[in-house]
Design a protein around this ligand. Structure first.
Ligand code: NAD
Ligand code: WQD
Length: 341
């Protein structure tokens, strides 16, 4: 089957393209390269052992999207394209709403125009907000997001639910990711933040490589065993494999389903620092600072539904997540930029 991967040059998209091709699917990548590079696509092709079409296109560009659907025979779309920085979304909310929500609506309209109504969407555990208690399960009420980025995910979920309510030909899988970390085993593709990283593991690995002096640990007074925040870290290759299961299911049926993609286990910030030090053999200095506004104390998934319905389960543990993050960081100390490809 031929799968259009929006944002396919990005962190999760590139890993998913490798696994899609290994699973026997054809891939078409669309990206505007606002947060990614051509080197990632070249390396993805090399790892997958296969060429695929690439379109430099923005999801807000209706004619550009039509051109892709005219040229390619697309069976389903995996929709990763979007802006994802929580902090930036607070300072540029209108850009986030336009890019993520406006772009998604344009994409869904063009899909419908071409009779392609099979969609796997990158949502986030952030939609569970602050009122729910972990483990988060898919039937919990969502809302109460603490930043515009999170609100874009909430709204796009709702838009797809409304599209399905109005037209039962749609087949939609809403995937709520927990905390993706790690990189491909080869050390060739991985997460390459543009600026100072917002997320924990890229920050830790940049401290380890010497690009940043120390980690700020945001609070040690949470009601958790060591006082630091607890999250459900999932290896990006496990996450990618979850997309293969989800897309194969939407290809077979219609309906709208929601799945958590996590491991079901929570780890604290300090546990992650220790696991990373063990995997890398490098000391990661840190200092405790104030809590980061909008953070919850504990977030981890109830993964029963994905296991029961998709037959998918995350298999890679903390040591592998840290080893693979470190291999990517060590081999690409300045990310893709210095690759000269
Ligand atoms: P990423 O930034 O590496 O990938 C997103 C890609 O989309 C980038 O290559 C970017 O250039 C592209 N893009 C952005 N706006 C676009 C537009 N208007 N048109 C075309 N391309 C555009 O991010 P990622 O970590 O791979 O995340 C992929 C998706 O998963 C995003 O939607 C993100 O919100 C979601 N998600 C990520 C996480 C995480 O922690 N990484 C967690 C939950 C959900
Ligand atoms: C993890 C833990 C921090 C950085 C965010 C988004 C979410 C999703 C994934 C994606 C927390 C602590 C972090 C640092 C720290 N988005 N931390 N020092 O906040 O669970 O989720 O990314 O597109 O929508 O909100 O992930 O990696 O930022 O933080 O102490 O420098 O690490 O307080 O406990 P989070 P994170």
């Amino acid at each position: 089957m031929s799968i259009l991967v929006t944002g396919g040059a990005g962190y999760i998209g590139s890993h998913t393209c490798v696994e899609l091709i290994h699973a026997g699917h054809d891939v078409v990548v669309l990206d505007n390269f606002s947060n990614s590079s051509l080197a990632a696509v070249d390396r993805t092709r090399a790892l997958a052992g296969e060429d695929f079409s690439l379109y430099r296109c923005d999801i807000r560009d209706r004619e550009g999207l039509r051109n892709i659907f005219q040229k390619e025979s697309i069976d389903a779309v995996i929709h990763f394209a979007g802006l994802k920085s929580v902090g930036q979304s607070c300072s540029m909310p209108l850009e986030y709403y336009e890019n993520n929500i406006g772009g998604s609506v344009t994409l869904f309209q063009v899909m419908a125009e071409f009779g392609c109504k099979k969609m796997v969407f990158s949502s986030s555990a952030t939609v569970y907000g602050q009122a729910n208690q972990a483990p988060f399960s898919e039937d919990m009420p969502v809302g109460g997001t603490t930043n515009p980025y999170g609100t874009t995910k909430l709204f796009i979920e709702k838009i797809l639910q409304d599209a399905y309510a109005a037209d039962k030909d749609w087949s939609v899988s809403l995937l709520r990711y927990f905390n993706p970390v790690g990189a491909h085993k080869s050390g060739r593709i991985g997460e390459d933040p543009n600026d100072i990283p917002n997320n924990l593991m890229p920050y830790v690995s940049q401290v380890a490589i010497g690009r940043l002096p120390y980690l700020n640990v945001y609070g040690d007074d949470y009601p958790t065993p060591d006082g630091t925040g607890v999250r459900d870290y999932i290896h990006v290759v496990d996450l990618a494999l979850g997309h293969i299961s989800a897309v194969e299911r939407v290809l077979k049926q219609t309906g709208l389903e929601i799945f958590n993609l996590g491991t079901g286990k929570g780890h604290s910030v300090l546990e992650m620092v220790r696991a990373f030090e063990a995997a890398s053999g490098v000391n990661v200095p840190y200092q405790i600072t104030a809590r980061r506004p909008g953070d919850v104390a504990v977030s981890f998934a109830d993964c029963e539904k994905a296991a029961a319905v998709l037959g998918w389960k995350a298999e890679r543990g903390l040591a592998e997540m840290c080893e693979d993050t470190w291999r990517w960081q060590k081999n690409n100390p300045d990310g893709y930029e210095a690759a000269g490809e």
